[in-house]
Design a binder for this molecule. Structure first.
Ligand code: 5GP
Ligand code: MG
Length: 184
């Protein structure tokens, strides 16, 4: 059998650490939204954040909806030239709701910057962003997530929902791929 774990050079965020990160982020979301009295919607950005979003979601004990979006972001080099294309949109009105965008990793920052603007324009009461991983070295726009699980260096990571060529999403940890995987 081809075992995808053989393609991993090293584990960057272990299963144990991922559990702690999800506990911590769920506690922070509870502190911020648990008593708001407003509708709260977690927006899982497909596909990469589905594992992380599920882990955070199942730790929340206040009323909270989950919705899904699939988007692609395209770059230009400057703040205003990037745009996003929406492939799958929300099935629910976000007007007057507290929205939390849940992302796997913030890289250039374009996706969350544009998506936050889009949902704010639809009349959300608030839009904040929760990301499992953050690669601040790679940022090209002035964007910072409100809730960050773990800052990582500028390496390509897979696992816990993140893919390379649609593989490795099912790994239970976040790892760095062996360079030979890209080169073959
Ligand atoms: P950005 O912040 O550049 O708009 O986009 C972030 C998206 O780029 C993530 O949601 C993810 O799909 C992809 N991405 C960025 N860095 C990595 C990485 O190290 N590994 C994987 N698998 N995807 C990444
Ligand atoms: Mg993504």
């Amino acid at each position: 059998m081809y075992n995808i774990e053989n393609d991993i050079e090293r584990v960057l965020v272990s299963e144990e650490e991922l559990k702690k990160i999800c506990d911590d982020l769920a506690a922070k979301l509870t502190a911020e939204y648990g008593d708001s009295g407003r509708p709260m919607i977690l927006v899982c950005i497909l596909k990469g954040s589905f594992v992380f979003a599920a882990e955070v979601f199942k730790r929340l004990r206040f009323p909270c909806a989950i919705e899904f979006m699939k988007v692609s972001s395209y770059g230009g080099g400057t703040d205003s030239s990037g745009f996003i294309q929406v492939h799958l949109d929300l099935k629910r009105d976000v007007k007057d709701a507290d929205v939390v965008l849940v992302e796997d990793i913030v890289d250039s920052g374009r996706t969350l910057e544009k998506l936050s603007q889009l949902l704010a324009n639809r009349g959300a009461h608030s839009v904040k962003c929760c990301t499992l991983l953050d690669k601040p070295e790679r940022r090209v726009v002035n964007f910072n997530a409100d809730f960050v699980g773990r800052v990582v260096p500028d390496v390509f990571v897979v696992g816990f929902g993140l893919d390379y060529d649609e593989k490795y999403r099912n790994l239970p940890y976040v790892g760095v791929l062996k360079p030979s995987v890209y080169q073959q």
